[in-house]
Structures are given as structure tokens and as C-alpha cells.
Design a protein around this ligand. Structure first.
Ligand code: ADP
Length: 188
């Protein structure tokens, strides 16, 4: 069973690559951003609570997100592999993942991209939380909260760094190479 985390700044192309990896390997795609947006859309209690944080480009409180992920992991069959996209986003979330029964990871794929390139991509994308002020805050939050995970997972020997610059196909092929030597079984 393959258990992966896809790490990287907003706008690095995590969502796109996540879908491709999951299709190619028969993995469940768990995107906390997507799950949270769906909750907002559906007007659930979680969505109402999460919305103010998301609109400002801040992290939704750890407890809410960790509970959401724990619930999703429990719902997966014992044999299904997964790819977490957008989680963990800070050291506390990484600790809570490590405590999950299925939280031991094979590999953390780190999609690296420079701030200038990120800014251009996000401004071009135009999601409702993609205004310049909110983007800048998301990038600051990333630098402060999420980027320490690079070192965290490096120390655990799980990190594979992938250059996020290039076409979708180029990046996908780099990811494929990285997965080949991280011990994740290929399937589908
Ligand atoms: P991006 O990759 O552009 O940051 P995401 O879809 O991953 O977009 O996340 C959108 C928003 O959802 C974040 O700005 C944050 O408010 C919230 N969010 C997503 N994942 C998490 C998480 N693991 N912890 C806290 N907040 C999260």
C-alpha cells in the first residue's frame, strides 16, 4: 500500500499532479483544500468555521483539519493507498498524521517553486482566494508554517525534491522518477 504526501507552496501545481499520480497508481486523492471548499459550499458547520480563515489565506485550525483527515483515512479500506495533498501544512499536523493508524508514509514529494513564479501562476488562476493580498498572505503563511516540513521530512529520510518549473508533463515525469526510488510500489 502506497502512502504519499505531496508538499509544496500554493500554486506549485500540486492539485494537477496529484490527480495524475492517483490515476496512474490507483491511489485515493485527499486534498484538504478541496474538502474544505466542499464543506464551505455545502454550508456545513465545518465549512462555516473554516471559511473566514480560507478567505484571508490563513490556515484553518489544526484540530479541524486533522479531524477531517483522520475521518477520511478511517473511511479508506485497509488496502487502499493514498496521496495527501495540502496536508500536513505545519509541524503539528505532521505529528497528528504520524499518530494515525495509517499515518506512516512511504515518501514525501516536495514540489519546489520560486516565489516569483508562484505569484504569477496564482494571479493567472483567479480562484476567489487568489487576490494579490490574500496570495501574499498565503505565501507568508507557507514560508512560516509549512516550509519547515521540508527539513522535518528530510530528517526522516522521506523527502524527494522535485523541480516544479516546466510543463505538466515534464514535472509528471520527474515525479515518476522520484517515486521509482522511494520504494512506493507501482500499481495500475
Ligand atoms: P493552495 O495550494 O493554493 O494554498 P489549497 O486548496 O491547498 O490551496 O488550500 C486553500 C486554503 O484551504 C488554504 O489557504 C487554507 O486556508 C485551507 N487549508 C487547506 N489545507 C489546509 C491544512 N492542511 N491546514 C489548514 N488549512 C488548510
Amino acid at each position: 500500500m502506497t502512502r504519499l504526501v505531496l508538499l509544496g507552496p500554493p500554486g506549485a501545481g500540486k492539485g494537477t499532479q496529484a490527480v495524475r499520480i492517483c490515476e496512474a497508481r490507483g491511489l485515493q486523492h485527499l486534498s484538504t483544500g478541496e474538502l474544505l471548499r466542499a464543506a464551505v459550499e455545502a454550508g456545513t458547520e465545518l465549512g462555516v468555521e473554516a471559511r473566514v480563515f480560507m478567505d484571508a489565506g490563513n490556515l484553518v485550525p489544526d484540530q479541524l483539519v486533522s479531524d477531517l483527515v483522520a475521518e477520511r483515512l478511517r473511511a479508506l479500506g485497509d488496502d487502499s493507498g493514498f496521496l495527501l495533498d495540502g496536508f500536513p501544512r505545519n509541524v503539528g499536523q505532521a505529528a497528528s498524521l504520524a499518530e494515525q493508524p495509517r499515518g506512516a508514509l512511504d515518501c514525501v514529494l516536495y514540489l519546489r517553486l520560486e516565489r516569483e513564479e508562484i505569484l504569477q501562476r496564482l494571479l493567472a488562476r483567479g480562484r476567489s482566494d487568489d487576490t494579490e493580498a490574500v496570495i501574499n498572505n498565503r505565501l507568508d503563511v507557507y514560508a512560516r508554517e509549512t516550509s519547515p516540513l521540508v527539513e522535518h521530512y528530510e530528517e526522516q529520510g522521506l523527502l524527494k525534491t522535485i523541480d516544479g518549473l516546466g510543463t505538466m508533463d515534464e514535472v509528471a515525469s520527474r515525479i515518476k522518477d522520484a517515486l521509482r526510488d522511494c520504494g512506493a510500489e507501482a500499481s495500475a
